[in-house]
Design a protein around this ligand. Structure first.
Ligand code: AMP
Ligand code: MG
Length: 413
């Protein structure tokens, strides 16, 4: 870790420095597996998908109606044409006899010789003939072969995380199985003598372990396999034992708590015996203490203990690392711009990630408003919020200013 351009112990890191430091060290898994497209949601593609065909494969009708040759249609009045064939979806018709029309249905291939579809609302069937009103243009209502996908084109690239519409697109080129990266295994455990498990009776001086649950949800959403080692007391032996177990079972180790530099924080001492670790002070709020290292050559990220800090530092630091390890090419959350509906006068040296909602005011303008308490212990703020406002270092904000918005849909996925 000496190749780093800064010494993390000297000063606080900026958020951006911490992210780029982590991303430089994150390594994509080499393990892949073949799965069916039906199981592919949220998995990351390990081989590109190239179409062996045109989609649609043939010119076809976009409407239920009749298909004819434009040169047989009178554009200044009615046209009467005998109906020479009927073509339903899934069936290929015959060459259209000149001077006739064919009954055709949505998705059915346009027969050879025909060039224009007239929707049935513009037609009237009279015995064996069809009467077509005017107002027809050459080439109307035909979906062209290959207008969606052309044969030989790459429809999805390595590193794309598969969404529902991607599943449909892959299926549309006839592919049933795809190669994806294997899910990474993330070992988690919590540290703290004060922690009770939900369901346990209340005890004086204790709190319920919420981080384990937040982290489980975040990792699940991020598509990881979770190895949950539970909760360990504040002592060196227990923490070392937990680290050892985690390194045997996982591709990444993640903990919450115990990464400050207090006498009851044992993460650093435990890892020093099994690998190496750096304790960072990141110039951010909430957050600040974050640790990065390796335990028996397995990467380790130590998140702070405060529940809101866990949520925010996971989203900003751990998620991009996880996405890189999973093979995603698009790892950082997209920032949007929103208008501030609040004043912020407490400028400071740390970048603030403020829990906020987007609301529409009486004039129809959307603006961001903040939760009253931004304390790193108030988990309610993350439940109330829809995203985080980023307030840069040394900056005040006035109502109407434009600010960066990190939507939870970008951060928790
Ligand atoms: P620490 O970093 O261990 O000093 O913890 C900082 C704060 O977070 C303390 O108030 C802890 O009680 C709290 N905390 C640590 N771990 C958890 C947890 N798993 N669930 C809820 N709160 C926690
Ligand atoms: Mg602790």
């Amino acid at each position: 870790m000496n190749d780093c351009c800064f010494n993390p112990n000297d000063r606080m890191l900026t958020t951006d420095e911490a992210i780029s430091f982590l991303l430089q060290r994150a390594v994509t898994t080499t393990q892949t597996e073949t799965i069916t497209v039906l199981d592919a949601l949220d998995r990351v593609l390990a081989q590109p998908i190239t179409s062996t065909l045109n989609v649609p494969p043939l010119d076809n009708s976009a409407m239920d109606g009749y298909v004819a040759r434009f040169c047989d249609i009178n554009t200044e009045g009615e046209t009467v044409l005998p109906v020479s064939q009927r073509i339903a979806a899934g069936h290929v018709g015959e060459l259209l006899e000149p001077g006739t029309a064919a009954r055709i249905f949505t998705g059915a291939p346009v027969p050879e010789g025909a060039d224009t579809v007239i929707m049935q609302e513009q037609c009237e069937q009279r015995g064996d003939d069809v009467v077509i009103s005017d107002n027809v243009n050459k080439g109307d209502h035909i979906r062209r072969a290959g207008e969606d996908i052309t044969q030989g084109s790459e429809v999805m690239s390595v590193g794309q995380k598969i969404r529902p519409q991607d599943m449909g697109l892959i299926a549309s080129v006839g592919v049933a199985e795809i190669d994806v990266y294997k899910k990474i295994r993330v070992a988690i455990f919590s540290t703290g003598d004060e922690l009770l498990m939900p369901g346990d009776p209340v005890e004086p001086g204790k709190i319920y372990n919420s981080n384990r649950y937040t982290l489980t949800g975040l990792l699940d959403k991020a598509g990881c396999e979770i190895v949950d080692l539970g909760c360990f007391p504040d002592n060196l032996d227990a923490t070392r034992e937990a680290m050892q177990q985690a390194s045997e079972k996982a591709d990444l180790i993640m903990t919450t708590g115990g990464v400050s530099v207090g006498e009851e924080d044992y993460v650093k001492a435990a890892i020093d015996e099994l690998g190496s670790v750096e304790m960072w002070r990141v110039a951010m709020k909430p957050g600040k203490p974050v640790a990065y290292g390796e335990v028996n050559n397995v990467p380790f990220i130590g998140l702070p203990g405060n529940p809101v800090s866990v949520f925010v530092t996971f989203c900003l630091f751990a998620r991009p690392v996880i996405r890189t390890m999973q093979g995603c090419t698009d790892v950082l959350p997209r920032k949007m711009q929103v208008v501030s509906g609040f004043d912020w006068t407490r400028k400071g040296p740390r970048r603030e990630f403020v829990r906020a909602q987007l609301q529409v005011d009486d004039s129809g303008q959307q603006q961001a408003i903040t939760f009253p308490s931004q304390s790193s212990g108030v988990l309610t703020s993350t439940v109330w919020a829809q995203g985080l406002i980023e307030i840069p270092e040394h900056t005040t904000v006035a109502k109407g200013d434009v600010l960066n918005w990190l939507d939870f849909s970008e951060l928790v996925s």
